[in-house]
Each structure stands twice: as C-alpha cells, then as structure tokens.
Design a protein around this ligand. Structure first.
Ligand SMILES: C[S@@+](CC[C@H](N)C(=O)[O-])C[C@H]1O[C@@H](n2cnc3c(N)ncnc32)[C@H](O)[C@@H]1O
Length: 202
C-alpha cells in the first residue's frame, strides 16, 4: 500500500461540500458482525470520516484506516483524536495499491463503491489482505433496493462478491440482503444492505 491519489478529487469535493457527510455512528452491519469477534488487527477500507475505525479501536482492535480522500482523513483523525484512540490513518488509492497480503485479522469494506472492472480485482486484493483464520466483511447498498441517484454501476450484489471467495479457501458465514431504516441524505429512509461476511480458511 503506497500513497497515491488519482481519483481523490471527486471524493475530496464531496467531503468538502459539507462539514460532515456521514452520521458519526459505526455502520450497522459492522457492529452486527464484528461485535463478537476477538480483537486483533483490522483494516478499514475507505474509512471515510472514521466512525467505524473509532468503534473498532474502542473495542480493542489495532486499526489501520485507509481512504483516498485527504478531507475525509483529516476528519477521521480529529474524530479519533477526540475519542482518544490511536489509529493508523493512511492516504492511499486501494485500487492502485492493494493492501499487504495476509496482514489483518479483519478487513472491512463498507460501501466501497466501484464499477467493475476494477471492482473484482480490488475485492480479491482486500480478501488477500486477510490472514488465515481472519474475516472479510463487505457491505454495500443493494443495487435493486438503492434509493437516490449517484452511480448505480458502482453498486455490487451479494452474489458478485461471494463468487470471488469460495471454499476451500473461504467459509461463507453470511451472504444476504438486510433491510434497515436509517437517516440517508437527511431523511429517514428504508435501505437494503448487501452483507457478505467470510472467514478465510487458508
Ligand atoms: C461511500 S464512502 C463510505 C465511507 C465509509 N466506509 C462509511 O461507510 O461511512 C466510500 C469511501 O471510499 C473512499 N474511496 C473511494 N475510492 C477509493 C480508493 N480507490 N482507495 C481508497 N479509498 C477510496 C472514499 O473517499 C470514501 O470515503
């Protein structure tokens, strides 16, 4: 993982448009899947404003949190600092520079939205970063249930992710769409999350 930032501008512009984009709360599916795990090393892929990284650090994880956006990382650093947690923040393009293989007990990609290609190759790189016995959590907006505009071509299904990670190397723990109601762009909205939670066997 080296620091480079082609494509950073789009995300920096989005973050700079408002003083806070996300809720400041950890993502619901991260909490649901990771709260029973024994803390170890964790990689937060596309950490945004840092709420997931802070939640993990509070629970005892050694967290590396990566984002392409300087603006998001500045906020995430402030969030972690005011919460009193030590988190390693890295500015990097995780598509151009995949994380180091076999390095983390948990790799979490929450709403890391990317068209394919290069989505599949990037996801394989995120999986490769999990150490044997560790977990990979990939959560995205379900394309069929997605509300709002944006970039539908960047959304993935659960099946598109599970197709990349199969036995005997991976155990599928969860692969399903989950509905929840949450604030989305300032309005209480019914959302569907595609949740893929996997354990690396070897
Ligand atoms: C939809 S946001 C989700 C942020 C956070 N995970 C959350 O759930 O609140 C996607 C994040 O991925 C980051 N990102 C997009 N492309 C990236 C890339 N190639 N490398 C690293 N981060 C990237 C963006 O800057 C943004 O913060």
């Amino acid at each position: 993982m080296t620091s480079s930032d082609p494509g950073a501008t789009e995300w920096d512009v989005m973050y700079a448009a408002r003083s806070a984009i996300w809720s400041g709360e950890p993502n619901a599916q991260l909490v649901a899947e990771a709260e029973h795990l024994t803390p170890g090393s964790a990689l937060d892929i596309g950490c945004g404003e840092g709420a997931d990284a802070v939640w993990l650090a509070r629970r005892g994880w050694q967290v590396t949190a990566v984002d392409i956006s300087h603006v998001a990382l500045e906020r995430a650093r402030m969030h972690a600092g005011s919460a009193g947690h030590e988190i390693t923040f890295v500015q990097a393009d995780l598509v151009a520079s995949p994380p180091a293989p076999g390095s983390y007990d948990l790799v979490s990609a929450q709403f890391f939205q990317l068209e394919d290609p290069p989505r599949s190759e990037a996801m394989l790189g995120f999986g490769a970063a999990v150490s044997p016995g560790g977990h990979l959590l990939v959560v995205g907006h379900c394309p069929s249930g997605h509300v709002g505009g944006g970039h539908p071509e960047r959304l993935h299904t659960v099946d598109q992710i599970t197709a990349l990670f199969s036995p005997p190397d991976w155990q599928i723990i969860t692969a399903e769409d989950r509905e929840r109601t949450a604030m989305h762009h300032g309005e209480l909205t019914d959302l569907t999350d595609g949740v893929v939670f996997l354990r690396r066997i070897q």
